[in-house]
Write a new protein. Structure first.
Length: 247
C-alpha cells in the first residue's frame, strides 16, 4: 500500500548550485539507503521540495527524472499522484547491460564466454532447487520451440531459446541470478538480431538430453550437456559475426 513518506521537510537540506540536481538525487538515495524512505512512500510536493533545496522546480524535476530513469522512483499523475519510491525495477540493470553492449564495452566474445560460465552455476543450483513445476515450465518451452522450428519461425525459435535460460535462472529462486540472466539474454537477443538467422538442428536434441539429466538431478551430466551446447553455439555465433564483419 502506498503511504505518504513520514518525513518533514526538515529532513532535507539546501544544496549548492553546482550540479544541483545530482546533490538532490544523492540526498534522496541516501534516505532510501537509510530506510527513511521506503518503497511506496511519496515524496513531499515539488513546490515544497524545491523551496527546501533552494532550487527552481525545473532543477528539482531534473533530479526526479534522473531517479526515475534509475528505477528508484516513479511519477504518478492525478489528485493522488506525485513522486513515489519504487520497489525496484530489474529493467534498469537489463537496459544498462544492453547499453554497454551497444557502446562496445561488452563484446560478442565477452557475451558468449560469460554465458557459458554463468550457466554452469545456474544449472548446478537448479539441479538442487527445481520443482516439478519448474521441470514442466522448461518442457513446455522445449515443446513450443519444436513447433516454432517446424514452422520455420526463426524469431520465435530464438526468443524461446533465450526464454529457456530465463526459466532456468528463475528456478534458482535467487533474484540476482534471474536479473543477471535477463540482462545477458537481452544482450544476446541484440547480438542475434545483428548476425541474422542461422541453421540450428542440434538445440532440440540437446535440450531433451539436458532435461533427462536435470530431472535425474545429475548436476555433472546436466552441466556437461549445457556446456557442450553453449560452446557449440559460441563457435557458430562468433563465426557468423566474423563473416559479417568481413562482408
Amino acid at each position: 500500500m502506498n503511504t505518504t513518506a513520514a518525513l518533514s521537510l526538515a529532513s532535507f537540506s539546501a544544496i549548492t548550485p553546482h550540479r544541483a540536481f545530482e546533490e538532490i538525487a544523492d540526498q534522496i538515495r541516501g534516505m532510501v539507503a537509510a530506510g527513511r524512505l521506503r518503497p511506496g512512500d511519496r515524496l513531499p510536493p515539488e513546490r515544497e521540495l524545491a523551496a527546501t533545496f533552494r532550487v527552481s522546480r525545473n532543477t528539482l524535476r531534473e533530479a526526479l527524472r534522473a531517479l526515475e530513469l534509475a528505477g528508484m522512483i516513479e511519477s504518478r499523475k492525478g489528485a493522488t499522484g506525485g513522486a513515489f519510491v519504487r520497489s525496484g525495477n530489474p529493467q534498469v540493470v537489463v537496459g544498462g547491460m544492453r547499453d554497454l553492449y551497444h557502446l562496445g564495452a561488452i563484446t560478442p566474445e565477452h557475451l558468449t564466454e560469460a554465458r557459458i560460465w554463468f550457466s554452469d552455476m545456474v544449472v548446478r543450483v537448479v539441479c538442487e532447487r527445481a520443482t516439478e513445476a519448474d521441470f514442466d515450465a522448461l518442457q513446455a518451452n522445449i515443446d513450443a520451440m519444436a513447433r516454432a522450428d517446424a514452422a520455420g519461425d526463426f524469431d520465435e525459435r530464438q526468443r524461446l531459446n533465450r526464454e529457456f535460460h530465463l526459466v532456468l535462472a528463475r528456478a534458482t529462486r535467487n533474484p540476482i541470478v534471474a536479473i543477471t540472466m535477463e540482462g545477458v539474454m537481452a544482450v544476446l537477443g541484440q547480438f542475434i538480431a545483428q548476425i541474422g538467422p542461422g541453421s540450428n538442428p542440434f538445440t532440440l536434441p540437446s535440450r531433451e538430453r539436458f532435461m533427462r539429466h536435470l530431472r535425474a538431478r545429475d548436476a555433472d551430466a546436466a552441466v556437461a550437456e549445457m556446456a557442450q551446447f553453449l560452446k557449440r553455439m559460441q563457435r557458430s555465433y562468433l563465426a557468423q559475426w566474423k563473416a559479417r564483419e568481413l562482408a
